[in-house]
Design a protein around this ligand. Sequence first.
Ligand SMILES: Cc1ncc(C[n+]2csc(CCOP(=O)(O)OP(=O)(O)O)c2C)c(N)n1
Length: 563
Amino acid sequence: MSEATTINGAQWLARALADSGMTHVFFVESVLRRTLLEFDELGVTRVLAHSEKAAAYMADGYARVMGTPGVCMAQSVGAANLASGLQDAWLGHSPVVALTGRKEPSFQHRNSYQEIPHAPLFAAVTKFSAPVDSTSELPRLLRHAWRAALADPPRPTHLDFSGLQGDVIELGQTGEPTVIDQEARRVPAHRPVADARDIERAAAALRAAGRVVIVAGDSAAASQAGPEVLALAAALAAPVATSLGARGIISTRHPLHVGVPGSYSAPPANRIVHSADLVLFVGCDTGDQVTLNWTVPPLATKIVQLDADPLEIGRSYPDAIGVVGDPKASLARLADAVGKPQRDRGFADEAARIVADWRATMAPLAEDDRAPIRVERLCAEVTRALPADGILVADTGYSGIWTGTMVDFNGTGQTYLRAAGSLGWSFPASLGAQCAAPGRKVVCFTGDGGFYYHLAELESAHRCGIPVTVVVNNNSGFGQNLTGVRRIAGNRPGRGEALVRFGPTDFTAVARSFGVRGIRVEHPSEIAPALNEALAADEPVVVDVVTDLEPRAPEPWVPPATS
Ligand SMILES: Cc1ncc(C[n+]2csc(CCOP(=O)(O)OP(=O)(O)O)c2C)c(N)n1
């Protein structure tokens, strides 16, 4: 290879990321400066964030919408902050590639300013984390970090460049092609079809069972398996529940749809899943959130489990019939194997009645015209305002429960993204999601407690022209935690509330100070005009909705204790 055809590592990294189709990177100065400068001519937008955690959340939101890696970067001392921002991407199966600088070897293990070992920080939140000590190693390691991030289940990876700012790659030259992934894969990176015998076994069990429920999880959503889930559900007359992260993969108004089971849940889903003879988990992690601490369904229930990751089969429900394969590809085969059996529609009808009754009890709250605004009404207005191809990004806690129970989705063009548990995730993640989908409207739904975390990113949204609509459920406190602190405080009036109450804050004034438009909403009649104005705008807008701390979000149905 001749000298003339080589470029330095910083140039290689910039070109390789640009050639992969990446449109944005998210970072806090000072790291990989020459790479970031190279983007000038390559059409990649650099989003400078105000904290490394926010940069990680932005990359996470970007990756979840794109289905390709999102990249975030931080210098040596920012690495710990960046790693903490990867927890949600780890739990939410998001292919984030984190790049950090690390002081060079001669600075290690001798009390260097700002320096601690990075490997332990990233161990719990990445599937692959490696030092990069030369330009010649960069292409191989970046390709592996990419491949690992996308491989099932998608999760963060990390490269730690030698030099405070990752300077090592400015030194050497490389003639490697600037290709990271020949196949330009997106999640799911592969679509393996399950073994025919396993499919037959599963089909026989499904045909033989009376009351069958399908629980579709986050990996079913990532596999875009909504139509296949619905086709199989129709053939089996089986109600469909989804994990919170899979909400909206089929229309939430479909007669077979029963909602989100588990702990972030309204009553119908748990009652229905709990009463099934057989549960088919599709791409579902069977964790505590979706199963209400493994009580819904009960552990003794017959299970068929379809997942691309063999480690998921039997993880929580030991007697599962395992079907290992991509949900979308394998469900199509499973539906062929099930055929068109004669099914009793009684269970599906009973489930639809339970859902309809619950909706009827919620309707007065969703239509409530009085102030203070009910969050059920706010959710009904968000449902009406969200465009047919809109993206809703929800924070954790009550924001997850409200949107997971009270906001409806069309099951076709709309996308629902939710925090996998990190309070404050949604606003930066919504900025990343908007960068990934410039042609779609992105709405962030957050409590004020969540919004406080990354208020500074209003400045980033304004500077970078990222036109998200932020809906703040502003109840001047940690609403979800109110019941818990009161209980611990012996339910004595006022006691413990200092742990969860704050504000009141006018977030429109905060927004304006960053140059961002703010609309204050204090009466239900003002919600729709505010959302419509915000969604019509080509700029970020904060819709600050004043609500009350007292009302409780829907609570899950809990199975009766068996003694
Ligand atoms: C990083 C982190 N810290 C703490 C929590 C615990 N937590 C979950 S929900 C919540 C309160 C959320 O308050 P807010 O965002 O105002 O929404 P609200 O419940 O009032 O609707 C807290 C403190 C968490 N999930 N993540």
